[in-house]
Design a protein around this ligand. Structure first.
Ligand SMILES: C[S@@+](CC[C@H](N)C(=O)[O-])C[C@H]1O[C@@H](n2cnc3c(N)ncnc32)[C@H](O)[C@@H]1O
Length: 281
């Protein structure tokens, strides 16, 4: 199924008038956000590390010519950009296309190779289980999946070396742990937290005064990184007991969650949060 953009209405409202604005869409996916930004008159640079999105980027390139540029790289590479922008948007996580194709190995509902690589290069989830120590694997399951008996499960995985999604699922005895284990491995395979931290640290210097950064998050770990980073940027700098305090560089944009109306048509929006900041000087 083609990915339905999540919270697009709220994102567009938070961004305001986009005519002539320069926007980074850090997560192209099926291009729903990029297309909406282009239709609103923006110039868009889009990033995605998944090679499967390229045909959709070609369609936008032919429609919008040099108003649309696609960079087939992880979004932490925004740090290499030398211009400044009016808006930077992250719509995190995976797309419906990624989860729906069993051969990509993201889904525990259908059998496929235990892959989970968004970029289709580097170590797969099966490689990770093969190559990590029991301790490191347990840490991933604990930190990214909140798995209680992570050590026990890590040892089982190391012994059994699952190569398919179904083999992995069958090794997880507590059915409540299946989704969190898949999530934990996916986060580790794609270094999702590292990518987000690196990209966010580049944002302040890439935004013009008045520029906005908007993030749509889907699970508590990425949401915490965004929330804490934005809190730091929107807090005054210095010791509050001393007279000289530097005013915060950013102001918050109101956090939003999906409407009932959206949830009725797109269940995948259910855990989404939209957070944003605007650069004040
Ligand atoms: C939720 S989808 C984005 C959907 C998009 N907003 C739309 O409307 O179609 C997330 C996309 O971000 C990409 N992605 C996730 N992490 C990435 C990263 N660190 N670097 C580049 N692309 C990434 C995924 O490959 C996926 O295609």
């Amino acid at each position: 199924m083609k990915h339905i953009p999540v919270m697009l209405k709220e994102v567009l409202k938070a961004l305001g008038d986009l005519h002539g604005k320069r926007v980074i869409d850090a997560t192209f996916g099926a291009g729903g956000y990029s297309r909406a930004f282009l239709e609103a008159g923006a110039e868009v640079i889009a990033f995605d590390r998944d090679p499967n999105v390229i045909p959709d980027t070609d369609i936008l390139k032919s429609e919008y010519k040099d108003r649309f540029v696609f960079v087939h790289k992880p979004f932490s590479n925004i740090a290499e950009l030398t211009e400044i922008f009016d808006a930077i948007i992250f719509d995190l996580g995976i797309s419906s296309m990624q989860i729906d194709i069993p051969e990509r190995g993201f889904s525990f509902r259908e059998n496929g190779p235990l892959d989970m690589r968004m970029s289709e290069i580097g170590e797969s989830a099966a490689d990770l289980i093969e190559n990590l120590s029991v301790q490191d694997l347990a840490k991933i399951l604990r930190d990214y999946g909140d798995i209680k008996k992570a050590g026990v499960l890590a040892r089982i995985l190391k012994n059994e070396r699952p190569k398919t999604t179904l083999e992995l699922k069958n090794l997880i005895h507590n059915s409540k742990d299946v989704a969190p284990v898949f999530q934990a491995l996916r986060i580790a395979v794609n270094d999702e937290m590292g990518e987000l931290e690196k990209a966010l640290s580049a944002v302040p210097d890439l935004l013009k005064v008045g520029g906005k950064c908007i993030c749509v998050t889907f699970h508590s770990l990425e949401d915490r990184i965004v929330k804490n980073t934005f809190r730091e940027w929107t807090s005054p700098v210095g010791d509050p007991r001393l007279p000289i305090i530097e005013e915060a560089k950013f102001k918050s944009i109101k956090t939003e969650v999906p409407t009932e109306e959206e949830l009725n048509v797109n269940l995948r929006a259910r855990s989404a949060h939209m957070r944003g900041v605007i650069k004040s000087y």
